[in-house]
Design a protein around this ligand. Structure first.
Ligand SMILES: NC(=O)c1ccc[n+]([C@@H]2O[C@H](COP(=O)([O-])OP(=O)(O)OC[C@H]3O[C@@H](n4cnc5c(N)ncnc54)[C@H](OP(=O)(O)O)[C@@H]3O)[C@@H](O)[C@H]2O)c1
Length: 229
């Protein structure tokens, strides 16, 4: 899906990767970019239209779809990581990850897909994570929610074919607020988003945006995920 002259919406666009997506969509010639955020007043990017959207509130998701109308591109970026452990983490945190990263993303697809189907075209970019593919201390409940997001994309691709592109974005540690407490090598958000959009524009359906994603994918047939401890 080409960005030039498109109408696009990005969820969680007020900071981190979402803000980068919105900025780079404008740079690539999008005709209109809706920057969605729980607090629309927190959108500070010139040139976008800010709209309020908590992806866990179906009424807000439906209202956003009515406001936008026919979107060519939906970047399902909003995400949450609690760093809860599966065995003894807070169940509310674990449910919240599923609510945002799976049900929230699914609500967004269900709200925007009908208009795409009517026109026979459009594209979703669902932001998953390499954590879908490995076990790692303090990220395992988040990983389960991102595995659900990845599986969702695989299913949607079948249900929305032909004509509608469904791409899943797999990426590792990237320098945003989500990772601010973690001491690890991190991708630059601008580079990561540029790589992702290049592949998205080329129609790639499973976007392996960094070395971690490529290595994990290559290691999926191992007994244990390549990075698992
Ligand atoms: N950074 C990484 O290393 C990394 C790696 C793999 C995947 N990812 C994924 O990349 C995406 C972007 O993450 P990021 O790194 O940019 O994280 P971030 O800096 O923490 O930003 C998260 C964004 O999601 C929004 N959000 C959270 N819950 C929401 C909800 N219920 N409704 C609407 N928006 C909500 C946040 O809005 P508020 O400002 O209102 O909280 C914020 O805009 C996420 O899906 C994340 O899981 C990140």
């Amino acid at each position: 899906m080409k960005v030039d002259n498109s109408v696009a919406i990005v969820t969680g666009a007020n900071r981190g990767l979402g803000r980068q997506f919105a900025a780079q969509l404008l740079d690539r010639g999008a005709a209109k970019v809706y920057a969605a955020a729980r607090r629309p007043e927190s959108i500070d990017l010139p040139g976008v239209e800010a709209i309020g959207l908590d992806v866990t509130e179906p009424d807000q998701v439906d209202a956003a779809a009515r406001t936008v109308g026919a979107a060519d591109i939906v970047i399902n970026n909003a995400g949450f990581s609690s760093f809860a452990r599966l065995v003894d983490g807070d169940m509310d945190d674990i449910r919240r990850e599923i609510d945002v990263n799976y049900f929230g993303a699914l609500h967004v697809v269900r709200a925007f897909a009908p208009a795409m189907r009517e026109r026979g075209r459009g594209a979703f970019l669902n932001v998953s994570s390499v954590m879908a593919w490995l076990g790692y201390e303090h990220s395992n409940s988040y990983g389960a929610s991102k595995a659900a997001n990845w599986a969702m994309s695989n299913g949607l691709r079948e249900e929305l074919a032909p004509g509608i592109q469904v791409s899943s974005l797999l990426l590792g540690s990237t320098d945003t607020d989500m990772m601010k407490g973690i001491d690890a090598p991190k991708n630059r958000p601008d580079v990561l988003v540029s790589t992702a959009l290049d592949q998205f524009e080329d129609g790639v359906v499973e976007i392996l945006a960094d070395e971690a994603a490529r290595a994990l994918k290559a290691g999926l047939s191992d007994d244990r995920g390549r990075f698992a401890k």
